[in-house]
Design a binder for this molecule. Sequence first.
Ligand code: UGA
Length: 443
Amino acid sequence: MDIAVIGTGYVGLVTGAGLADFGNDVICCDIDPKKIDALNHGEIPIYEPGLDKIVSRNVGEGRLRFTTDLPEAIRRSRAIFIAVGTPPKPDGSADLRYVEDVANTIAKHMNGPKLVITKSTVPIGTGRMIERILDQSGNGHKGSIVSNPEFLREGSAIEDFQKPDRVVIGASDEDSIGLMKEIYAPLHSLEIPFVVTNVESSELIKYAANGFLATKISFINEVAVMCELLGADVQDVARGMGLDSRIGSKFLQAGPGFGGSCFPKDTSAVADIAKRYGYEFQIIEAVLRVNESIKERMVSKVIGALDGEARGKTVAILGLAFKPETDDMRDSPTIPLIKGLQKQGALIRAYDPGAMENSKKIFENITYCGDAYETAEGADALVIATEWNEFRALNLERVKKLLKQPLIVDLRNVYDPHRMKAEGFTYISVGRTEDARSREHVQ
Ligand code: UGA
């Protein structure tokens, strides 16, 4: 099918490349000529494992193109995916300016029936708003609205696109549902479930899914606090809970709080949507509050490890991105961590395998290093802030020699506390106490 994907950000690019790989004829559009020029020269503006290969393969085989000519892309396409940004406004609600602009452009240039699909995470009611814009175009062509939320995780987006747990389609007519099934045809043979519902339910599924995952994280982070108070081990508690198939073991990893471009934005947005309809979404409000307090707690944890005094001390931070395998610094928990430590007078050395460039736009007065060992050199404490694989197998002997004192604060629970003690480190992690049993003993 001839498809236009509007917006070549993270979601748009993965979607465009993924749909082309399914055999569709895809044109990706963006108003930013620099971005399109770079893409046309084979440069991928974001860091996502495997994306470069799938883009170049599909460009090479003639199924994927890039353009700034939005009207032409609209005219040639039967289906148009909207994948533009919906950044949060200062009050937490989603800014729909770009979605409205695209809807108006589609309305103006429609030259036949168009399937208009929202891929961006949009507040409930946005599909109907786009429908009204298309209906008012007055050019006699019908625009059908579909909500088709994405569930891509940064770092594994290609796999998530090619083998999703489910495809959600929110539409109001059989023709639209049929066309969507055609677009995603290869997923039928993999027996991927399709959830077909109305537009509003589909829009809410996205917020409810992200809200629930964020709830799991805030929940386990509070359990971790309880573990620290009671002498329990959060890894064991999470395992013991998660093996109950009604709970599930995923997203029960305690850490420094959730970040990224989705959970913070989407949880605030759903709380805001509820308020606008006169309801307080109490669980989500609590999830957000807990996340803030967990992030603050991490600053206290590091300062506590430094015997309560950060002034003049050097802290080595391993990992800056909000999670591994991405260069994304948006709402990374390392931002309040580093700024909080700097405010208390700490000097920061830092290294991240992917997010150094983006972090330079955020932090001041940081010494950036070339690898974990250079970062550790002369530091009073080493903090593992993002669980990149290369931090999971550090040469601990070497790290110990490089540090001023053998102190590691592991905010991602990468190492085993007993092993670290045996290696001669003072090791502080999240929700695990030294006398709690090691995971090795309970597996
Ligand atoms: C998230 C969802 O997982 C995707 O399904 C969704 O499509 C996406 O948002 C979106 O709405 O676009 P993403 O933000 O890429 O994906 O990252 P996650 O892997 O979900 O991690 C989010 C944050 O939660 C990270 O800061 C991560 O460190 C944290 N996290 C995750 C934990 O602290 N503990 C966990 O057990 C899992």
